[in-house]
Design a binder for this molecule. Structure first.
Ligand code: DAH
Length: 339
């Protein structure tokens, strides 16, 4: 056995190949499953126990030497193929510049990716909506100011055709179509009748989350949001929930994270409070469940909604919202990414 190993080792060290086919033949002869080296490994069980250690080492050396030799020969061919490419006269003289993903897409994908790890899947709904899905089902009182034309875009003065003002509207679609358990994310574009400035735009993007099942509690909501905040902004991030009001959740809260610029010490960005607001959330109001045909005595759930522009601003400190829709390449190019 030892002689055979030494003999093969010598053979391997002297191998040459002048093209890919010869190289492949060598690989089959020495390195494949049925090759010479594997055959020796198969015989290894017949080696006397006291020799096993030494023979084992020799075998491994042989295998590594064969693999190294093979890689070395392979590389020499790879080198020649790049030199072939260099002389490809049909190639463009200027390398093609690849585009970059839009920062809002990057952040949206990151949000989706984080929640998908805890079981959320995506659903989408229409941007052109009716009153019931955007407001009625979600427990907005008839005289709620959001229903006013000052805030909402209506189409051709018809109060029942409007552009959705929030992705919470997808809640009404999903809850009327599916039975719990429901664990969904609704990313999408929303519209509001706002004057465009550095801090407001007439359209922007949200990601809404909805979880409906038996025995869903506020603790579940808090746990999911804490997981999200730490994954998105770093493990040292802290969260705080402040009581708030939304027609479709009861109780409702707004969530702040410890300022990711100053680490919570206080800076101009967080107006020296150490906290920045990132989303609204709460337990789905029983009225909403009933409006959508879900028995509120059996099921409970939580919902949350966040602005993608807001999260992007926190991550990348983009001061002017308008940059997101102006498509200035000098801005967009700064967000190169691998995915
Ligand atoms: N729809 C709200 C908005 O556009 C955000 C929101 C708040 C969504 C609380 C929720 C929630 O699901 O529970 O401002």
């Amino acid at each position: 056995m030892k002689n055979r190993i030494n003999q093969l080792l010598e053979e391997v060290n002297q191998l040459i190949a002048s093209n890919q086919d010869e190289l492949e033949a060598l690989r089959i002869k020495y390195l494949s499953k049925k090759g010479e080296v594997s055959a020796l490994f198969n015989d290894f069980r017949n080696v006397a126990n006291e020799d096993k250690r030494e023979v084992g080492q020799m075998l491994n050396e042989l295998k590594n030497a064969a693999q190294d030799k093979f890689n070395e020969l392979k590389e020499s061919f790879a080198g020649s193929s790049t030199s072939d490419q260099k002389s490809d006269l049909t190639r463009t003289a200027d390398p093609v510049k690849l585009g970059t993903r839009h920062p809002l897409s990057l952040v949206k994908h990151e949000i989706i990716e984080i929640f998908s790890r805890i079981g959320f899947t995506i659903a989408e709904g229409p941007e052109i909506e009716d009153d019931w899905h955007v407001f009625g089902a979600l427990n907005f009182a008839p005289e709620h100011p959001a229903r006013d034309m000052q805030d909402t875009f209506f189409i051709e003065q018809n109060p029942d055709v409007l552009l959705r003002t929030h992705t919470s509207s997808v809640q009404s679609h999903i809850m009327t179509q599916q039975k719990p358990p429901i664990r969904k994310l609704f990313p999408g574009r929303v519209y509001r009748n706002e004057a465009i400035s550095y801090r407001a735009h007439c359209f922007f993007h949200q990601v809404e989350g909805l979880y409906i099942d038996k025995d869903v509690s506020f603790a579940d909501l808090k746990q999911a949001l804490m997981y999200f905040a730490k994954e998105m902004f770093g493990a040292e991030t802290e969260i705080r929930l402040r009581p708030s009001y939304f027609p479709f959740t009861e109780p409702s809260a707004e969530m702040d994270i410890s300022c990711n610029l100053c680490g919570g010490k206080g800076c101009p960005f967080c107006k020296h409070t150490g906290w920045v607001e990132i989303l609204g959330c709460g337990m789905v109001d029983p009225n909403v469940l009933e409006n959508c045909g879900i028995d509120s005595k059996v099921y409970s759930g939580y919902a949350f909604g966040m602005g993608v522009e807001r999260i992007t601003n926190l991550k990348y400190q983009v001061k002017d919202l308008r940059l997101f829709s102006e498509n200035d390449v000098r801005f967009l190019e700064q967000f190169e990414s691998a995915n």
